[in-house]
Each structure stands twice: as C-alpha cells, then as structure tokens.
Design a protein around this ligand. Structure first.
Ligand SMILES: [Zn+2]
Ligand SMILES: [Zn+2]
Length: 944
C-alpha cells in the first residue's frame, strides 16, 4: 500500500551517497568521489605526518579511488617538507619553531588569487565542507557507529527527540532542536555509554488528509514522500540516529499496537463513550480536545471553535489526576519548571466541598431534585443568593420549568456560537435566563432563584454553582446585571461589594453567617464542611480542572478505533488476532473531505462486518484516534521496533527506558507530555512496564527567530534550511545553532554568523592538517602550557555539557583552538605531542556539534576508527591546577612582553627569564640596562 522506503529514496542535495540505514553498495558500485572533493584533496598539498603505513592505509569506508589515493601518495612518498622543518624539541616552551610551511602555503594561495573569491577562500584554508560532507556518511553507515551495542557491556542511555511530523522538508526549527538532542547523544557516546538515539515519524494527522483532498490522492502518498524527503535531510544533517529502528505511526505494523493498547484501556474501563457537548472545528469538521483549543480557536487552523453534542470516545485521564500531580515530584529539577507549572495548572487541583442543593419541583412528578455543586469556598454558603446552571448542560434542560423552556432553548442557540474562553471572559456583559425554579440552601433553608448562564461551563465541576456575588466577581457582575441580591459574609475590611461592584476575595472574619460568625476564613471552611457532612448534604471534595481526554476524531488519516457496534451485543472489541483494523486504501481525494462524520462511514464494505461476538450484522466504529494517542507510546516502541508479537518487549523496555533525556518544544507541555505520562502510568498498572514516568529529564529547546520574530510566510522572514546548508555547510549551521545561546533560549538568525562558524571550523580543521607527530605520541613530554589548556578545556566542556550549557562548550573550544594555533605558529610547533593531544581533544569535542569536520580531522590525525566513538579524553587533574601566572615585562614603563611563569617563581629567576626574552632583547638592542625592578611573579620593569 505504501511506497517502500527504497523506491522513494533520492538524493535531495545533488550528491549521491550511500545513506546510513540502507544496505551499503559493494565496492564495485561505490559512487565515485565527487570532483569537488578531489580538488580539495589536491589542495591539501602539505604533507601530513609520516605515520605507520598500516594505519594510514586502513581508513575503512573511504573510497580507494578517492581518499585511498591520497593516503597512498602521502604514505609512500617521503614527505619532503616535513623533513625540512626546523627541528622541534619536544617540551619546548619558547618561540623558536616558526613553521616554514606558512610561507609555502602563502605562495599556494598567491597562485590561486586569479580564481574566484569562493575558490580563493577554499584554497587558502583547504577546508571544503562539501567534500567533507560527501566523504563520511557511508563510513558512518558501514561502521554502524550510531547503533547501540545492546550487549550489556556498557551502561545504557536513551536520548530521544520529539519525533517529527512529516510536513514538507525540515526547517530551521528542526535544525535547532535536533542539533541539541544530537549533542547529548554524541556526548554520551563519547563518555562510553551505550546510547539509544532513535528516530521515527508521527505520520498520521490532518495535514496529510487535507493535502490528499486537494491533490486527489491518498494521504499515504503525501506522508511517505515527505518522510523520505525529511529522512534524506536528517541524514545530510548528520543526526546520529539509529536508522535501523525507524518507525512510522501510520504503518499498519505500528497502529496495530495503538489499537491493541486502546483495547487494553477499554477492557480496564479507561476508554469509554459518552454523549456531551464537545469542541467542534467547523472548518476541519472534527472534534478537538480541550488541549487543542487555543484562545477559543482550533489549534490547527485558527477557526473559532464551537460546541456540538456528540457521542465520543474518551480516555479516563481524570482517574490519574492525583498521580499525574504527585509524581511530578520526581521530575522537579529535571524538567523545566515552567512545564511542571503548566501541567499543575492544567490538572488544576482544588480542595473544597460538594454541597447538595434541592431544586424544588424539578424532579419526577414534581418532586425535588438534588443537584450537587463543587465549591472551594464552603465558608461563604450564607452568602449564596442565587444558583446557576451551565446553559448548555443537559441539567438545564431537565430542570427548567415548562413555561421557561422556550426561552432557554433560544438562549442555548446563542451560547453555542461562543468559545469557552469567550464565555469565561470577565469583561463580557453577563447573559442568562431564569429557569423558573428555586434551589434550597442546605445550610440556611433559603430559596435561591435558579438561572442558566454561559459563564458556567457544562464540563467543569458539576456544571452548576452556588453564586456568592459578594466574593466572586463574575457572580457579582451577573447579580448587578439581573438585579439579584448581594450579601457580604466575610469582613475583609474593604467596602461593601454591593456598593462598589468589586467582589472581595481576601482573608477576613465571617459575618452574616450564623454559627460561622467570628471565624477566620480557613477555620470557617473546615467548620462548614463539618456541618454539611454531619447533615448528609455534602462532603469534602477535591476537584480537578482536568477533563477526560476526548480521543475520537471524525477524520480518515488516523488509527481506526477497533470497536464493532452490534445491535444485539453493543460495543464489541475487535478480537486481538484481527488487528490491525486497516484503513481502506481505496478512499482518496474528495471522498475524504470533511462532511461532519468520518469519511470511513462512506466505505460500506469496510463498515459492515460480522459481529465478533454473535456473528450477526454489525458496524465498525468509523472514528479514528487522535494522533496524540499514537505519540503517547512511541518512545516504548523504539526499544523493540520490529516486534511482531507485542507493542513493546518488556525486557527491552526494562533495559532502555525510561528515556534519560527527552528533547522537544515547550508547545507540548500539556498535550503530548501529559498524555504520555498518563499512558505510562496505565501501562504500569497493567503490568506492561515497570516504571511510572516515561521521561526522566526534559530539555525544551528555544525557537529560531528572524529579526526578533518567529519565521512565517506572512512576515516573509522565513529562512530556508536547505539554502543555509548549501551556503555554509551542515557543520557551520549546526555549530551556529548550538553556539548562539543556551539550548533553551531562542536563536535569532539575524543576529548570528554562520560565516563566522564556518571560519572557526576551518581554523580547527587546519590544526589537524598541521600536526606532524605520529598517532599515539606520548603527550607527557609535550608543552605543558598547551597540555594545561587542553585538559582545562576538556574538563570545562564535560562540566558544561552536564549542565546543559552547550554554547559555552563551543566558546571554550574556540579558545583552545586559538591556543593551539599560537603554539603551532609561534610556540612549541606542530611536532610537539602536546599539540597532537590538544587537536585530538578539539576533534572529539567538536564531534558533538560538527560531526563532518571532526571526523575529517580525526582521520587526518591518522586514526582509522570513527571520532564518534573515540572516547572522551581523560583529564589529568594535575594539569588543571592553575600554577602559572602572566608576568608583564616593561621597558621604561611600557609593556613589551608577557611571560607565562610559575606562580611561585623567585625574583632572580624571573629577572633572568625577562632578560632572556627574544622580544625584550630585540627591543633593547644595544641600550645599556641601568636598572631592573622585579616584583615577582607579575612584573619586571627594565630601565635602559
Ligand atoms: Zn480547525
Ligand atoms: Zn453481536
């Protein structure tokens, strides 16, 4: 049904290379090295270290036709200029070894001046990102560096990026988010963990369906084509993902298990159907969960949301409200505080009481009808002066007196057009209708008029409230609109709300409240609960703002709900062995257009089935599941993605889960993250997993802006990722994303410099070209200053990475590159083993952000394996002790030189060092030294 991944695979960026995760072509069919790469190789004229031939020849994965030629050339032909170099003494600390190579390089550059500026830049540095990008993907694929060993030899870590939706190609936002997650995955690999870093697609959903309607196609065609495009881009972007575990939620092999999980929930009573007013998007013609209504509008298309009474499927997430709140304690400090706060607020736990009011004559045969309200302020029961029922609640229609029914019906029509947000807005003129009934206050016996109004919501609490206008602003506004009484029962020291029109909500002492008079608010709440409980008219109650999760959608491109409706048996689960209930593949284009009911309802062959229980004629449920169901368990599937016998393998999830680091946008704070937490808890209760929280740590990356604003078509400030990659290279774009700010902050593309990143990468890359010592050279004898800088940088980088300050790691690496450059040019020189040690450290740290450049450096340095698994450099604590200071050498009060000296240097030793400085000797010339003032360890002033 779906195009296979290989038939659609294409090279989106003009170079052809074996992609990781695909069978690698044999040597005979290996693609030739692109011309650009060859020219860059020729440009790297200067000879690299004469290392052991075996190591140089054994660069696996490289094309013999390409790089092999270069290696052979360099390995066999004696590298003349390396021998011509000024001999470098290991451990030298003085500027004697100015490299003769520099002159040579300049002349090479001079020759290239006639060519274009672009080529000039490339030639002058030799750094050709296009060639480097072409060189390594096949090597990584062959080496399987991104696949976990999964052999128990190492501690496991699971890094997960929120999986993408396949809408078009990757954009700048993906580039940022995935760069951050990749830093973590790559860092943990270097640290020696066995890292699981999988990727997949959240591939059901409306955009595919809308595209299919527009193009007279099946949604799968659009979806799987986009996946291939994105996949190629991810691979170009060198995300260190294990492509062998790729999943798509729209594959029958996946949604079979989504349906199976639904049935587990159903069997537990956690998936149920009910008729209620639901959020309805008139444009998409489908229901929306509360979480998918943003400021009264459809999250997807922005159309104002209306209410519609429908029979819908729900997950009973409210059963887990307490645990969803309580278990957040374990996430404190590991999840962003704002996400926890948003979840807390969304769950909205409040303590108070249920209080029952009798509505006179509203029951059967003119009897009273008991109606329960939830209140957080039972202390104000004496201040209740009227009673309000949500206009759209079924209750309103049930209790309305016959002579007011018509008025209510008219009012309900008016309310239908309003969103919940509009209804609850405090500044709106209050509307409502009297229902011709009275409710008896259980505490006072007072009869309160019963109204229907829109400012009370049908699905919050019980859909009815006792109105206390003196101490609730919306009640007060309503009271003033309809001339209802206002009675203050708490003396807060403020003016009477009946006079001011401002409800008082602070602390105070009870008044006008009978036996509660004189009590403080908190005491009065307790006492009032005691009274109603004793009288049997109420009880202590915790209430939640959280509603059950409405999961059914009247759309096509989702997992069909695996239920059959039988006139004789009712709701019958589809038997496990009949899963998946596949989507019909013959519906396309206009047949999928929204008509207010699921397009599946029109597929008669599909809908009409035999009842699995009695064999009689029955109908399939025609709704599909919200895509948030698919994404509530995908992180589990990655542990055993090909399992045909289970949604996930208990042993595998035990090994890999929970996710150690989850990375994604803050927009999922209360949708996906809350649902996933709920799923995990249910699965724990079902004995299917042995943990209760799916994501130990969460990182919310920022957005990519342009000119201070989110990129958008209407603003015309969009930046095309592909163009950026073409112009600056993958590594420069990745480095820019990471360097721009801490991961959780926004990146403004107008303020950053991918050019600067590219220059830095070229500088770092050049270091590897310049190193002349052999791999494995013992750095102990090397320059101590360089060693100290390298060990300090690696140590800092480790701590900064653990603390999530990725941007500072880049800054520290830049500093180290400068130190090494100076050491090569005017310090101990390129043969010093400390230089090699430092450049290898640069390559390993850079491998987290600039994988292509780092890999190229690593091989230039003579290593055969991949830098991806090189291992984090070991830090020598002795080298972290900062025991040198900078001494300033002045001549007649003017600074002429600076020397790195031991902090405890003696005055005589410092004097001698200063006078021995070549710079100082040149400056002094023949002048007679009259006096030398030494203030060890920081200052030497020579009076000449
Ligand atoms: Zn919509
Ligand atoms: Zn039946």
């Amino acid at each position: 049904m779906y195009p296979s991944s290989t038939t659609l695979r294409r090279s989106a960026y003009g170079f052809s290379t074996a992609l990781p995760g695909t069978p690698s072509p044999g040597p005979a069919s290996r693609a030739p090295v692109p011309a650009a790469m060859m020219s860059s190789l020729r440009a790297r004229e200067h000879p690299v270290r004469p290392g052991p031939l075996s190591m140089l020849a054994a660069a696996p994965g490289r094309s013999r036709a390409g790089r092999g030629g270069r290696w052979a050339r360099m390995g066999r032909i004696p590298p003349p200029s390396a021998h011509r170099r000024v001999p470098v003494m290991p451990g030298c600390t003085h500027a004697t070894a100015r490299r003769p190579l520099r002159g040579r390089r300049r002349s090479t550059t001079a020759k290239a001046r006639t060519v274009t500026e672009q080529q000039h830049t490339t030639e002058s540095t030799g750094y050709d990102f296009r060639a480097i990008e072409a060189a390594w993907p096949s090597f990584w694929a062959e080496q399987k560096v991104y696949e976990p060993l999964d052999d128990g030899s190492r501690e496991r870590r699971y890094v997960l990026d929120m999986f993408p939706y396949p809408s078009g190609d990757l954009h700048m936002g993906h580039a940022e988010a995935f760069a951050m997650g990749d830093v973590v995955a790559r860092y943990w690999r270097q640290r020696g963990y066995d890292v699981l870093h999988p990727i997949g697609w959240d591939s059901f959903g409306l955009p595919a369906e809308n595209a299919a309607i527009k193009r007279d196609a099946h949604p799968a065609e659009w979806t799987y084509a986009n996946i291939e495009t994105q996949k190629a881009s991810f691979q170009r972007y060198a995300i260190s993902a294990d492509w062998t575990r790729e999943i798509h939620t729209s594959d029958p092999e996946y949604y079979r298990w989504t349906q199976w999980l639904f049935l587990q929930f159903h069997a537990k009573g956690l998936a149920y159907r009910k008729n209620s007013p639901v959020n309805w998007c008139p444009k998409d013609q489908t229901v929306l969960a509360n979480e998918q209504v943003v400021n009264g509008a459809c999250e997807r298309c922005g159309t104002p949301v209306t209410k519609k009474a429908l029979n819908q499927w729900y997950f009973k997430i409210t059963d887990y409200a307490d645990r969803l709140l309580d278990d957040m304690a374990a996430l404190e400090g590991h999840w962003p505080e704002r996400v926890l706060a948003m979840q807390r607020n969304w769950i909205g736990r409040s303590e108070g009481a249920h209080v029952r009011f009798a509505i006179e004559g509203a029951g059967e045969d003119g009897a009273d009808r008991q109606v329960t309200v939830f209140t957080t302020r039972p202390d104000t029961l004496h201040g209740a002066t009227f009673f309000v029922v949500a206009a759209d609640a079924e209750l309103a229609g049930e209790i309305v007196a016959p002579e007011h029914a018509e008025e209510l019906a008219a009012y309900r029509e008016q309310v239908k057009a309003l969103s919940d947000i509009e209804r609850q807005a405090t500044d709106r003129q209050k509307t409502g209708v009297f229902l011709g009934r009275h409710a008896v206050n259980p505490l006072t016996g007072e009869k309160l008029p019963v109204w229907a109004a829109d400012y009370v919501l049908a699905d919050y609490g019980t859909g009815a409230i006792m109105a206390v206008p003196a101490h609730d602003q919306r009640d007060l506004d309503f009271a003033r609109t309809f001339d209802l009484p206002v009675r203050a029962v708490l003396d807060t020291g403020e003016e009477d709300p009946a006079v001011t029109g401002i409800a008082t909500t602070g602390e105070g002492t009870l008044i006008n409240s009978g036996e509660l008079d004189g009590l403080e608010k908190a005491q009065a709440i307790e006492r009032a609960i005691g009274i109603v409980e004793a009288a049997g008219t109420g009880n202590r109650q915790v209430n939640f703002r959280l509603r059950d999760w409405l999961l059914s959608r009247q759309r096509f491109w989702g997992a069909p709900i695996p239920i059959v409706h039988c006139p004789a048996c009712g709701e019958v689960p589809v038997p496990e062995e009949q899963l998946p209930v596949r989507l019909p593949d013959d519906l396309r284009g206009e047949q999928l257009a929204p008509k207010g009911r699921s397009p599946l309802a029109t597929a008669e062959d599909w809908v009409n089935v035999e009842c699995p229980a009695c064999g009689g004629p029955a109908l399939r449920d025609t709704d599909t599941m919200d895509t948030f169901v698919d994404s509530s368990w995908y992180y589990l599937r990655f542990a055993s993605p090909d399992d045909e016998n289970a949604a996930f393998d208990l042993e595998q999830t035990r090994k890999w889960l929970p996710v150690d680091q989850y990375v994604g946008g803050v927009e999922h704070a209360i949708l996906h993250l809350l649902y996933s937490r709920f799923f995990t808890k249910v699965l724990f209760d079902l004995g299917l997993v042995d943990f209760t929280e799916p994501f130990k740590a969460l990182l919310n990356q920022g957005q990519v802006l342009n000119g201070g604003k989110a990129m958008s078509k209407s603003l015309g400030n969009g930046v095309d990722l592909g163009e950026q990659l073409d112009e600056f290279g993958v590594d420069a774009v990745r480095l820019t994303m990471v360097f721009a700010s801490p991961p959780e902050d926004d990146v403004d593309w107008a303020d950053v410099s991918p050019q600067g990143s590219q220059k830095f990468l070229a500088r770092a890359w050049r270091l590897a070209q310049d190193v002349t010592s052999a791999p494995g050279a013992d750095p102990a004898s090397g320059d101590q200053g360089v060693r100290r800088a390298a060990h300090r940088a690696v140590d800092d980088a480790g701590q900064l990475l653990d603390a999530g300050k990725f941007n500072v790691v880049v800054a520290k690496t830049m500093e180290l590159v400068n130190v090494v450059r100076k050491a090569i040019d005017s310090g101990c020189g390129p043969a010093d083993p400390a230089v090699r040690e430092a450049v290898e450290a640069v390559a390993v740290v850079l491998s987290l952000v600039a994988p292509y450049t780092a890999e190229d450096m690593w091989h230039t340095l003579g290593h055969a394996g991949s830098v991806v698994v090189a291992g984090w450099p070991e830090v020598d604590p002795a080298l972290l002790v900062d025991d040198t200071v900078t001494a300033v050498v002045q001549i007649k009060g003017k600074v002429r030189d600076r020397l790195e000296v031991p902090a405890d240097i003696a005055e005589d030793a410092l004097r001698e060092l200063a006078l021995a400085s070549e710079t100082i000797r040149r400056q002094l010339g023949d002048a007679e030294i009259r006096k030398v003032i030494v203030r060890a360890p920081k200052l030497v002033n020579i009076v000449a």
